[in-house]
Design a protein around this ligand. Structure first.
Ligand SMILES: [Zn+2]
Length: 238
């Protein structure tokens, strides 16, 4: 199966928080979307791996994903080794996405920053013919996605462009709320964290509203990119 867009994240729930509206919007337009989580988020203060797997599966359904996989790298401990790059390259070559969405290059959680580096290296090297990989079906052909865009998560970076998610905002918040182990749940007895208070979800909504406002719509998601954006038609920009 070939994907149009593959979103890659350090932890399950990074994507729901940051760019799920964009994934849902493109799914609605007929594009095939998928997610690769690098870790299972097992170092999180709240919840367990088992619970997060179930939460991820539910969120995937809400987002209408064509696939979701987990690389099983160690949370808070993974590095940029060539071995880890190869594991990401194998997924890129298997699903051949045109566009990759990646963690922010600068953020509060160090895993996000490392993930951004790991993903960019893997995207580039995935196109090198002399790096050989194979999966169950044998040798894989090289594949380099056309673009990598970094979604914005905890630190409020200045976006290079904003995607209109006004029609998807409700589904986005539903996909976030299924991660009950991480976010506000009045019935939870677990430790409070930076993201478990009710104001955190209000912040997500407020930020989407601000980005939406900047492009004249109700809600938006911001992205940063390291390369220049090229267009052929001025009317491609809204
Ligand atoms: Zn994270």
């Amino acid at each position: 199966m070939k994907l149009d867009i593959l979103a890659i994240s350090a932890h399950p729930d990074d994507i729901e928080l940051s760019c799920s509206g964009t994934l849902i919007a493109h799914k609605t337009l007929g594009y095939k979307t998928g997610i690769l989580d690098l870790t299972e988020g097992e170092m999180s203060t709240r919840g367990t791996t088992e619970i997060r797997r179930k939460e991820s599966a539910k969120a995937s359904e809400i987002m209408g994903l064509s696939m979701r996989a987990n690389l099983g790298l160690p949370d808070a401990k993974f590095d940029l080794s060539f071995e880890n790059q190869l594991r990401v390259i194998k997924v890129l070559r298997k699903y051949r996405p045109e566009i990759v969405l990646a963690n922010a290059c600068y953020d509060r959680h160090p895993d996000h920053v490392r993930a951004a580096e790991l993903i960019e290296e893997a995207v580039f090297k995935s196109g090198l013919v002399k790096i050989e990989t194979e999966d169950n079906e044998g040798g894989q052909l090289p594949w380099r996605p056309k673009k990598v865009y970094h979604y914005i998560q905890s630190v409020s970076l200045e976006p290079d462009f904003i995607c209109d998610i006004s029609a998807q905002m409700e589904q986005k918040m539903a996909a976030i709320r299924v991660f009950k182990s991480q976010f506000f749940d009045p019935e939870s007895n677990e430790f409070d964290t930076y993201i478990s208070n009710p104001e955190f979800l209000e912040l997500i909504e407020a930020r989407s509203r601000e980005w939406g406002h900047r492009i004249g719509v109700s809600f938006g998601e911001g992205f940063v990119q390291r390369q220049f954006l090229g267009i052929k038609n001025l009317f491609d920009l809204v």
